[in-house]
Structure formats: structure tokens, C-alpha cells
Design a protein around this ligand. Structure first.
Ligand code: ADP
Ligand code: MG
Length: 313
């Protein structure tokens, strides 16, 4: 069944469709990427009715199947690059993976950007040393890219300092449209320059700044979803590693449990093969926790951030 109008979805009559549109869910795509809670809030419908609508919307937006053996063949080509810490590599099943998105999330100042910097250095290493012998593309949305810090890390790895910065292409994104455009336009750069890593630091900051308030949540999620899919497609097509950062915000609505949640919630979580939650330990120590991996057990490890970069604790 093709679903084009909201009214084509099961259980959605004129009144519900109107409520959905008012809440910002104007298209089937918007509903496909919504959560049950969001839809319940928007329409006053119950859990199961909301779920039914989302499922129908997702089915109609489906991208199609491929056989598991085709998938296995693709996965045989997958590469891993070292994070700088063997413990963290092990937690991730070998390091940052090509063909996948790894999401690093934490509070401000814990070390997301440091890990991202180290990745732009390590991707250049020979394969025998845990690199991918490639170059990096860095989308900087927070103006925190520091070439001086990259040089420090290169020194720690005994990489030729003259070339290390030439192998990192940095673009500063000014707003979400610009950020999305940079990802859309990356294809040409990737094949011309043997790009093996794309960093988006941060993935969500500009989205959070531009889309404030309940009425625009649906629009924000859709745009973010589209952006993530662009990134996912790039990593699939070119077998490169994607590392994104996401700052957690205090969730005032939550009384129990972890009071911090990553921005973009389930949208980012769904697309990221590896989600790593970072927190501070004593002094230069940092604790990484792997959350929700499709094929690795949950677990924690300790690494440290030093002048040389990311290292084992
Ligand atoms: P965020 O998670 O907000 O991106 P950062 O990656 O910027 O956080 O981490 C900042 C932290 O990294 C600093 O507080 C410090 O602990 C550490 N750090 C940054 N530069 C250095 C350095 N040159 N030597 C040692 N530690 C550093
Ligand atoms: Mg940062």
C-alpha cells in the first residue's frame, strides 16, 4: 500500500490529521521518524493507536531489502581504526568501524572533541598501526577545531607534522542548512581525497540552537534524520568511518534515572551502530560506556586524555 497523505494512515481521520499537522507532523515522513510519546502528546491518541500509525508510516517509507549474504559480503570489507586507547578499541570491537556511525555523547568538556581530533590523526596511520591510510573530513559546528592540538597529537604518534594537517579537511558549519549541505556535497571530496573518516562535531548543537520549543520538535527531528541518513549513506558507499558528537542536556522532565539525555534521542540512537557515553574519572581519566551496540556487549572501560592525546589509562 502506498501512503501519501496522512489520511491514508490507519486510524487517521480528518480530525486526527488536522491535529497532527498542527503539531508539526505534516508529512508521512515526519510520522515515520516520530516516537510514540510524541504522537500521543500531539493527538491525544492511545499508545497502540499511535504505534499503529508510526508502523504504517515507517513501512511506507521503507528502503527495501537486501539478503543477509549480501550484507555479510559488505561487512567483510569493514575496517577498524584505533581510537588511541586499546581498552576503548576493545570495547568497540576493534576501534572506530568503517561503514558505521559512532556517536560519542557526554556533558561539556569531557573529551568528545579530543577523541574526534585523535581520530583525524589515527586515520592517517599505516594499517599495521591501527590506521586506515586515509584522510579526514571534519565538520566543525562549534568552532572548537584546533590545528595546534592536532599537531600535539601527531607528535605523540610520531607522524610527520608537516603533512598531518594537510590530510584533514575542515569546514565550519554556520547553521543546520549549511551543515546538511556540507554533508550533501562531500561525495566528490571523498573519492578525490581518499577520505576514510568524517567527523561531525557536534552533530546536534546547531539543531538544538535553531529549533527551540515543542512546536518545532517534529521539524527538527526530520531534518536531523535526513542529515544522519546522508551520513550513513556516505559511510556505506565509501566504506568510511563516521564519528559524531552529541552533548547531553539536563532533562528536567525526568525524576528518576540518568538525568541527562542525548539530543535527537531515538533518531540519532537508531542510526548509530555504536553509542559511547563518556564521563569524567579522576584527573585525566575518562570512563567510556558502550550503549546499545548491535553486536557488542555493553561494557565500560577507562582511558585518559593527555598532552599526547588519547591513551590507555
Ligand atoms: P567536549 O566533550 O566538550 O568536546 P573536549 O573534547 O573539548 O570536551 O575536552 C576538553 C578536555 O580535554 C579538557 O578539559 C582537558 O581535560 C582535556 N584536554 C584538552 N587539551 C588537552 C591537552 N593539551 N592536554 C591534556 N588534556 C587536554
Ligand atoms: Mg567538543
Amino acid at each position: 500500500m502506498t501512503v501519501e497523505e496522512l489520511e491514508d494512515l490507519p486510524g487517521v481521520g480528518e480530525t486526527t490529521a488536522e491535529k497532527l499537522r498542527e503539531a508539526g507532523f505534516k508529512t508521512v515522513e515526519a510520522i515515520a521518524v516520530a516516537s510514540i510519546g510524541e504522537l500521543k502528546d500531539a493527538t491525544g491518541m492511545g499508545e497502540s493507536a499511535s504505534k499503529k500509525i508510526i508502523t504504517a508510516a515507517r513501512d511506507s517509507e521503507d528502503m527495501g531489502f537486501e539478503t543477509a549474504s549480501e550484507l555479510l559480503k559488505k561487512r567483510e570489507k569493514i575496517g577498524k581504526m584505533t581510537t588511541g586507547s586499546k581498552e576503548l578499541d576493545m570495547l568497540l570491537g576493534g576501534g572506530f568501524e568503517t561503514g558505521s556511525i559512532t556517536e560519542l555523547y557526554s556533558r561539556f568538556g569531557v573529551g568528545k572533541t579530543q577523541l574526534a581530533f585523535q581520530a583525524t590523526v589515527n586515520v592517517q596511520l599505516p594499517k599495521a598501526e591501527g590506521g586506515l591510510e586515509g584522510k579526514a573530513l571534519y565538520i566543525d559546528t562549534e568552532s572548537t577545531f584546533r590545528p595546534e592540538r592536532i599537531l600535539q597529537m601527531a607528535k605523540g604518534k610520531n607522524i610527520d607534522e608537516k603533512n598531518v594537517l594537510k590530510n584533514i579537511f575542515v569546514a565550519r558549519a554556520f547553521n543546520t542548512d549549511h551543515q546538511m549541505l556540507l554533508a550533501d556535497k562531500a561525495t566528490e571530496m571523498i573519492s578525490e581525497n581518499n577520505i576514510k573518516l568524517i567527523v561531525v562535531d557536534s552533530l546536534t548543537g546547531l539543531f538544538r540552537a535553531e529549533y527551540v520549543g515543542r512546536g518545532v520538535l517534529a521539524t527538527r527531528q526530520q531534518k536531523l534524520n535526513r542529515h544522519i541518513h546522508t551520513l550513513q549513506r556516505l559511510s556505506d558507499l565509501h566504506n568510511l568511518s563516521i564519528v559524531v558528537t552529541n552533548q547531553v542536556m539536563a532533562n528536567p522532565g525526568l525524576l528518576f534515572g540518568d538525568p541527562t539525555t542525548p539530543i535527537g534521542g531515538h533518531i540519532v540512537g537508531h542510526a548509530s551502530a555504536y553509542r559511547v557515553y563518556l564521563r569524567k574519572g579522576k584527573a585525566e581519566k575518562r570512563i567510556a560506556r558502550l550503549v546499545d551496540s548491535p553486536c557488542m556487549p555493553e561494557g565500560e572501560c577507562v582511558f585518559k586524555v593527555t598532552e599526547n592525546g588519547i591513551e590507555d589509562a
